[in-house]
Design a protein around this ligand. Sequence first.
Ligand code: DQA
Length: 145
Amino acid sequence: STILVLHGPNLNMLGSREPEVYGYETLADIDDRLRSVAAEHGHHLLHLQSNAEYELIERVHEARAEGVDFIIINPAAFTHTSVALRDAMLAAGIPFIEVHLSNVHAREPFRHHSYFSDIAEGVICGLGSQGYDLALKAALTRIHR
Ligand code: DQA
């Protein structure tokens, strides 16, 4: 099966971006780890980070055409703003888990609302990069079902 990991805006800055909030690992560290875990289980893991809403939307459209089985997405700031990316997820109809490194509920009120949570299979936040590992673990069990 194929799993797509999508990272929204500013996540390319991981490791140096507010490390007390987001941790010291880089996005490449996280993606490499996820890719090897997926491979150990015989799955193919693709990933994309983009600062551009349209690129994420177009990647989701392609995912549907490619037959991607599961998406793990950290929409970053688009979590709180993007009806368009939400609509793309609905259009693709691919099950997904929403991940946030930080506990968005312990932060500013504008981070408390997500355009994705009500349509996600599940939501993980506040556990740092481990959230991606847990999301992958859940995705693997769901793909096997
Ligand atoms: C984030 C939380 C968002 O509120 C923020 O805009 C981000 C990252 C997280 O992973 O904690 O860019 O999605």
